[in-house]
Structure formats: structure tokens, C-alpha cells
Write a new protein. Structure first.
Lengths: 114, 112
């Protein structure tokens, strides 16, 4: 199994540009989520999904959209990039939400918005 | 709002020493507890789950105190490779955003 994969690893955007961060998992996990990690802030939940066709907002959803058309894929779209969205983005998946289930993280995407 | 609090450190510890750090959580209904390890510029990875009776995995011991709402991690005979940030994670019965809360992490530096 490849686990959780994310592309790209690095990205530089100009303010106002849009892009999609890709996330895929091959473990047949129901639960997938996106976090951003900033220095001193820890991991903050952006959006999550408890199954195909179901998504919901986390703690910091503004400026981001998600969709979950398949169990495997959970892309994160930046609608109009802003410097405040400069961060490291992690996608994660687990068998179920909550409970005693391990979260598996992707390697991250380092995004810089200029 | 549910919170998980950790001392951010850094904890500077000589190689071979024992180090311990705690994490407190505010939601008494929390059900599952974990320690994750995150190396610099890498993704978090599960270090160990924390069970009510306490559990040990090699040099690592985790304990849960439900009455005082904290979990602890003890590292014995610390190695240079233990240098990392340790994240406390707490989950409830609920799914989604309510199901998982991360602490901001404790930074550990093992010095030769």
C-alpha cells in the first residue's frame, strides 16, 4: 500500500491564483481530512469527510473547498490564494472518524503565496 | 471548546536521561488517547496509543489519568533519534471535527 499520497510537495502561488492540492489513500478509509500547520499554531482542521459524498467544515474552512466523489480521493481547492494561506498542508485518513483509530498522514504540501 | 494543552518546550535533555511530559485535556467525555511523533518537516506518525491501565512500548511508557484529565509520556534512556515534536491527540465518540483534537506539541531535543 502507498498509504496517503499528496501532490505537489511544494508550490508557490501568486496572490489571487487558484489551485488544487491532491490527496489520495489506498486503505479504503472512510474518514479523510485536511489540516494546515503553522508555527506555534499546531494542526488546524480545514475540512473533513466521513465518506464519499459527505464533507463538512473544520476549524478554519474559509478560502478552501473540498469534494469527495470517491472513497480514495479528497482534493483541497484554494479559490483565490492569499499570503495568509502560506502554510504546510497535511491530508490524513483513518478507518473511521474519532474512536481508537490511527490517523495516517500524507507527507505534506508546502505552499507559499506571494 | 474542547482543548488539549501541552507545554511547547523545548525540553533539552542529555542523551541517556529520562524525560517525561504531560498533556491535559478539557473534555471529560474523551474516549481515546494517543501520542504522535513529528520529525522536523515531516508528517505526524503514531507513536503509541494510551490505554487506561497504562502501557509500555520499549523505552516509552504512556499513562492516562482520567480523574485529573491528563496523559503522560515517559521516555527512558533517551537517544539522539528521539529528538522530535510529540503531539498529544484525544478523540471522543463523535465523528468528524468533534472526534479528534490535537495538542500543539512538545518539542524535545536530545543532546549528545
Amino acid at each position: 500500500n502507498a498509504g496517503v499520497t499528496q501532490t505537489p510537495k511544494f508550490q508557490v502561488l501568486k496572490t489571487g491564483q487558484s489551485m488544487t492540492l491532491q490527496c489520495a489513500q489506498d486503505m479504503n478509509h472512510e474518514y479523510m481530512s485536511w489540516y494546515r500547520q503553522d508555527p506555534g499554531m499546531g494542526l488546524r482542521l480545514i475540512h473533513y469527510s466521513v465518506g464519499a459524498g459527505i464533507t463538512d467544515q473544520g476549524e478554519v474552512p474559509n478560502g478552501y473547498n473540498v469534494s469527495r466523489s470517491t472513497t480514495e480521493d479528497f482534493p483541497l481547492r484554494l479559490l483565490s490564494a492569499a499570503p495568509s494561506q502560506t502554510s504546510v498542508y497535511f491530508c490524513a485518513s483513518s478507518y473511521r472518524a474519532g474512536g481508537p483509530y490511527e490517523q495516517y498522514f500524507g507527507p505534506g504540501t508546502r505552499l507559499t503565496v506571494t | 471548546r474542547k482543548e488539549v494543552e501541552q507545554d511547547p518546550g523545548p525540553f533539552n535533555v542529555p542523551e541517556g536521561a529520562t524525560v517525561a511530559f504531560n498533556c491535559t485535556y478539557s473534555n471529560s467525555a474523551s474516549q481515546s488517547f494517543f501520542w504522535y511523533r513529528q520529525d522536523c518537516r515531516k508528517e505526524p506518525k503514531l507513536l503509541m496509543s494510551v490505554y487506561s491501565s497504562g502501557n509500555e512500548d520499549g523505552r516509552f511508557t504512556a499513562q492516562l489519568n482520567r480523574a485529573s484529565q491528563y496523559i503522560s509520556l515517559l521516555i527512558r534512556d533517551s537517544k539522539l533519534s528521539d529528538s522530535a515534536t510529540y503531539l498529544c491527540v484525544v478523540t471522543g465518540l463523535g465523528g468528524g471535527a468533534d472526534g479528534l483534537t490535537f495538542g500543539k506539541g512538545t518539542h524535545l531535543i536530545i543532546q549528545p
